[in-house]
Design a protein around this ligand. Structure first.
Ligand code: ZN
Ligand code: ZN
Length: 112
């Protein structure tokens, strides 16, 4: 008679079952959390799908607003194109410029 000796395999099975149960509870908790936070998660997912968020080439507008179109503070900070400037120090440089700035610069230059 082995008298109360424990079966290591049974212990292991019990442990595995306990762990599985833990994981099931955890998965339920995660699922409930996801359900509760669905609007925020969907908003984040939409943001991630936004081409502007995905495109690493999107640059900030580097327009010198105060100099190139004084009085027109229309900058939306998101460069859509570049304009070539002749920098006295660097020579011609392509500066990222946002759409409103480009328009404002055109108006400022036309009015010169
Ligand atoms: Zn500007
Ligand atoms: Zn701008």
């Amino acid at each position: 008679m082995t008298g109360g000796e424990r079966d290591p395999e049974a212990d292991l099975r019990a442990l595995t079952e306990a762990v599985n149960e833990e994981f099931r509870l955890l998965a339920d908790a995660v699922k409930a959390w996801l359900e509760r936070n669905r609007p925020a998660i969907e908003a984040l997912a939409e943001l991630a799908q936004d081409p502007r968020a995905q495109d690493p080439r999107v640059q900030a507008c580097h327009c010198l607003c105060a100099r190139t179109h004084p009085g027109e503070y229309v900058c939306d900070a998101e460069a859509v194109t570049t304009r070539r400037y002749n920098s006295p120090a660097l020579g011609p440089v392509d500066v990222p410029v946002c759409a409103p700035c480009m328009v404002a610069q055109g108006i400022a230059e036309a009015g010169r």
